[in-house]
Design a protein around this ligand. Sequence first.
Ligand code: NAP
Length: 250
Amino acid sequence: MSDRKVMLITGGSRGIGAAVAHGAIQRQYDLCINYHSDTAAATEIVAEAKKEGVHAIAVQADVGKPNSVQELFSRIDSEFGRLDVLVNNAGVVAPAARLDQIDDSRLRTILDINISGAVHCAAESVRRMSTAHGGHGGSIVNISSIAALLGGPNEYIDYAMSKGAMDSMTIGLAKEVATEGIRVNAIRPGLIYTDIHASGGEPGRVDRLASVVPMQRGGEASEVASAVLWLASDEASYVTGSFLNVSGGR
Ligand code: NAP
């Protein structure tokens, strides 16, 4: 087993998660890249890591399914024997809809992945990191959204409220484990150029809305990753229960 820090990035195959992975490779974290279905994208990141001398694995798991989360963490136990950083990043949106158009199946999918998935991953991480459980501490960075503050009207109130729940989890868990060596913080990205907008049916969404951003542009995944990697690092050693909006002022 290596002495290097181990980072789990849920949804690490594409978008913001992949950008965090690129930065983590440069910082020489060992990596577990979780993904849902894009095996090729996850495998490419593992190959990049290996080139840089980083021990990395790609693990398929649906964070919306508790059994799948357990299998993901079992893999981390057997492969690395430690966990230092959780980047709780996997998340989904759905096509734009008003609240009165949202059906139960869509609502449950959003809540299962964005809330339950994040909670189960945080819980499994605490079980391994907490000094109260014999661990040596760690850092959890939750990827929320500026939508938690804006509410997502006419697009996805269900998504926005799932990120509001993540914010509450960040506040509570940060306090709960503050004396157990674990820091818990969150990033609220704004409009970031990734495939998530196409998955919600509008690939050009960032450009359409760029004019409402005070900085008048969308953000890059790498700009979110920089903030994640800082919060994860010892440079943020006195920062917990905090939120960093990476949203161009929106
Ligand atoms: P993305 O480009 O669509 O990538 C999503 C990632 O999550 C992929 O790696 C995907 O895996 C994985 N994933 C999806 N469902 C999953 C599941 N059930 N279990 C495990 N992994 C799953 O999204 P993104 O824009 O990078 O978003 C990342 C996070 O940032 C999300 O939580 C999102 O809500 C948040 N965020 C994004 C923006 C933005 O403008 N982009 C703004 C605010 C917040 P596969 O590759 O296998 O499909």
